[in-house]
Each structure stands twice: as C-alpha cells, then as structure tokens.
Ligand binder design. Structure first.
Ligand SMILES: Cc1cc2nc3c(=O)[nH]c(=O)nc-3n(C[C@H](O)[C@H](O)[C@H](O)COP(=O)(O)O)c2cc1C
Length: 467
C-alpha cells in the first residue's frame, strides 16, 4: 500500500469477535459464526456492518434546480453492461445515527433524476469533501458543497455540480423503461426498495477522466482486494488434478493491483476534451443491436470494484464458484448482498452463467471475501474464466479446498464468508441482480484485531511509470 493512502486504511475487526456476544466460537470447526438478521435493539446499539466486505466509496452530487446536494456512497457498483447501469443505494429507514434516512438528498435525486458520481484523489480536497458530509447533517445537504470550500462546475449532461478536483466523473440519470436483448421489458421502475435502503439504477451518459490519466501520463492505482495474512494453514492440501483444455478465445485477466491505463487495460476513447477532462459520451445502445464483440463489451473506463466469491451447489452436487466483480452490499437491515450474474447471450464475454440456474434453483448462495494471496488470485483467474458447464471439477481445479456445508460450499481459505438467502432478483438487461439476505457470517479464527483485514476504499493517482 502506498504510504500516502495509509491514512485511509480501514481495518476489520476492531474488537475481538471472541468478546462480542453476537459471535459464537464453533470449537469443533475453529471458526466464528454470527447469525443474522439481528434485533432492532442490537442494531440501534451498533449498526456498523456486521462482517467485512470490501467496498469502494464515491461522492455523489445532484440538484433540484434550486439547491445542490452532496453525499458519499459506500459500495457504488456497475451492475449491468447494456444498458450501462450503476447502482447506488441510500438509507430510507431510520436505524441509528450511522444509518439514517437520506431524504433531502434522495428527494432532489428523484425530482431531477441526474447525478454526478465522482472520485477525488486522496489528499486535502477529498478530506474536505468527507468532512463536509460528516459535519453537516443530511437535512442541510445543500450547504455541504459550499462548506467544503471546493470549486465546482456543472456536469456536461445535467446541472449536477462536479468538483474541480475530481479525477473521474460518471454522469448518470435514472434508467428509463426499456427492453433487453430478447425483447423482454426491463426497468419498469428506476429504483427498488430493499430492506433499509433504496437502490437507484442509473444509466451512465458520460464519463469524464482527467486528461493526464486519459493520455497515460498519470495512472489510477486501485487495489481491488483487501490485504490479510493467515496465521495458520491457509487450507488443507488440494489436489488440483488435470485441468481441461480450455477452449474459446476470450480470457479475462485478473490482478488485484490494478493500474489504469496500462498495457492490460482498455484505452479511454475520448470524444472531446472539456475543462481539462477527456470526455466520453455513452449514447444508449440502438434497439436493434443484438451483437456486441468482446472488446466493445469491455467497460470503457476504470471503475473501482472488488470481487465476491459466489459459491453454490449444482443439482448434481458439484460445488461451484463464480468470482463476481459486480458484487456489493445494498441494504444494512437486513444485510443484503447483490451479485450481478450475466444472463444475456451476447458474446463469449457475456454468456449465461451456470451459477444463474443453480442459484435460482436452490435460492441460496455463499459469498466469500478473497484477499491478496497467490492461491486465491490463481483461483479467481481460473474460476472466473471457465464455467461449471465446461468443468464440473472447477473448484478443485481452481485450487481451493471446499468445506461441505448444507447452505453453500464454503472456501476455508477465505477470511470471511456470508451465507445468503435469495429474497428476490432484478433483471437489468444483461445481468440479473440477486438479492441475497445474509443469514450467517463465518470468520476464520485468525482474523483478529491483531491480525485484521486491511482495506482502502480509495484509489491513488500517481505519475505514470511508463512514459
Ligand atoms: C475478476 C472477475 C470478475 C468477474 N465478474 C463477473 C460479474 O460481475 N458477473 C458475471 O456474470 N461474471 C463475472 N465474471 C465471469 C465469471 O466469473 C465467469 O464467467 C465464470 O466462469 C462463470 O462461472 P459459471 O458459469 O460456472 O457460473 C468475472 C470474472 C472475473 C475473473
């Protein structure tokens, strides 16, 4: 982790799970377990996330024409490729001082329908924006930007304010009803309420990226997995066996040390330069377009995300693992995890996943939290590029031990695991968002305040290493 980011590091857990009443030490299995949902009383006392999941943070601005609003959102996530949709969730039920209703902001958002989702480089200006949010109550969201003292200009596709110091801006508007590639209706509503939160689906209209980054003179560095070290054996020995010969040309490379732009990433194809920013407009996909090649299907720019290790049992009893970058937490109570699984048959990149049918059938999945570790990264690369439909021994071949559990396969190598019950699904166009209510969290015993999981929700901006 670069020194500069040190002040933004987040550690979990802060308190030993052994001393907390809602966690049980399962002596036989050497794990800590917590059952959810918790009672309202428990929540009022402590509504922090009960288990660790790696989430980026962004700033969001909007306006109703008269006033401007500023919020921060934990876990913004790109959830669908065509249309290109980002999901942001906001608390709509009073839970605690930490999780309270964001009505002033969401009223503005709903009245005008547009937002600017922004990322600031670590440092003074990011701190000022954060400070304005934490010190000024939500009802006065309209004075936060002025309080931050940061300069703003108007977004290009709406009147939402954009920070002069933002290095990347996603301009988006509430989705309109449309049709997916098979002609089925999607987005009859631009938001849905899930537990304590409202999830807004926002179609991306334009992306602004600082010119020096777009030109490759500076790079965005993003560490997409948390850092952690096992204090005991990672897992029991796994016999990887012989992997099938893979067919297909498309392979999604993966490294948790992401640098954008770099040799392995797409080049940002700007349409124009405005205010020192390279700008790409994203017109909606023509209705009759049914084929998109693998390259065009790639995300046109960097967006911070992590990975959920989504596990499930196939009807034949095989354990499955689908690494899923579009996984985020959308509700605090109940705690709801949403992996977005491709269902559209567009190209090699976007093809229906075996996990889709399995999860629909069982109504259950597991979500493990990966970390920076060669075995785990190797497993993401393998399992993220081959379907259970092609390799029924996909999990052993990925090199991860599987613990048999009724709910979903558990990967003992991973520090945290969530058991999720599917309480609904949303069809988004190319992806299905599963709404997974967390029923149980499992944590390895070597995840302790002395040996915590370390995460940084912000990316860094550095001069490019390649000239
Ligand atoms: C880092 C990474 C992130 C991925 N994220 C997603 C995702 O968000 N949604 C998705 O449908 N596929 C995603 N994939 C691809 C699936 O993991 C891959 O297609 C997998 O083989 C599907 O397995 P299945 O067919 O057995 O379900 C990702 C792959 C990698 C390597």
């Amino acid at each position: 982790m670069p020194n500069f980011l040190e002040q933004y590091r987040y550690f979990w857990p802060r308190t030993s799970l052994q001393t907390l009443p809602n966690w049980q030490a399962m002596k036989d299995k050497h794990i800590f377990v917590r059952h959810l949902p918790e009672s309202t009383e428990e929540l009022t006392i402590d509504s922090r996330w009960p288990g660790f999941f790696p989430s980026p943070i962004c700033f969001v601005t909007t306006t109703d024409g008269a006033q401007v609003g500023l919020e921060k959102v934990v876990g913004p996530s790109i959830v669908n490729r065509f249309p290109y949709v980002l999901a942001l969730s906001f608390c709509i039920k009073e839970i605690s001082e930490r999780h309270h209703v964001r009505r002033a902001f969401t009223d503005m958002l709903e009245s005008n329908g547009s937002v600017a989702i922004q990322f600031l480089p670590p440092g003074e200006e990011l701190n000022r924006a954060m400070n304005a949010i934490t010190t000024i109550p939500e009802e006065k969201t309209y004075v936060r930007i002025a309080h931050s003292g940061l300069s703003t200009r108007k977004a290009l596709t709406s009147n939402a304010p954009v920070f002069g110091s933002a290095y990347m801006v996603y301009e988006a508007s509430l989705v309109k009803p449309g049709k997916d590639f098979d002609g089925n209706p999607i987005y009859s509503q631009p938001w849905i309420d899930v537990g304590s939160h409202r999830i807004y689906f926002l179609e991306i209209n334009a992306i602004q990226l600082r010119k020096d980054i777009a030109e490759g003179r500076s790079q965005i560095l993003w560490r997409s997995l948390p850092a952690w070290e096992t204090q005991s054996q990672l897992q029991e020995a796994v016999s990887v066996g012989e992997r099938p010969i893979e067919d297909g040309n498309y392979k999604k490379g993966y490294t948790p040390h992401y640098a954008f732009p770099s040799a392995g990433t797409i080049a940002f194809e700007a349409d124009t330069i405005e205010n020192g920013m390279a700008v790409k407009y994203l017109p909606p996909l023509p209705q009759d377009q049914v084929e998109v090649d693998n390259d065009r299907a790639r995300w046109p720019c960097f967006f911070p995300s992590s990975v959920g290790m989504i596990t499930s049992w196939s009807p034949e009893g095989y354990p499955n693992l689908m690494p899923c970058g579009s996984t985020t937490i959308v509700s605090r109570h109940p705690l709801v995890i949403t992996p977005c699984v491709s269902y559209a048959r567009i190209n090699e990149r976007y093809a229906p996943r075996a996990s889709l049918d399995i999860i629909r059938r069982t109504g259950k999945f597991g979500c493990g939290v990966p970390f920076i570790n060669d075995v785990v990264i190797g497993a993401i690369r393998y399992a993220g590029n081959i379907s259970l439909a092609k390799d029924c021994q996909k999990l052993p071949h990925a090199g991860l031990q599987v613990e048999v559990d009724d709910w979903a396969p558990v990967l003992p190598a991973l520090p945290v695991h969530f058991d999720c019950q599917v309480i609904g699904e949303v069809t988004l166009g190319t992806h299905i968002m599963f709404l997974g209510e967390v029923r149980r969290i499992r944590v390895r015993p070597d995840v302790t305040p002395e040996n915590p999981i370390e995460w940084c929700p912000w990316a860094d901006i550095v001069p490019s290493r390649v000239s």
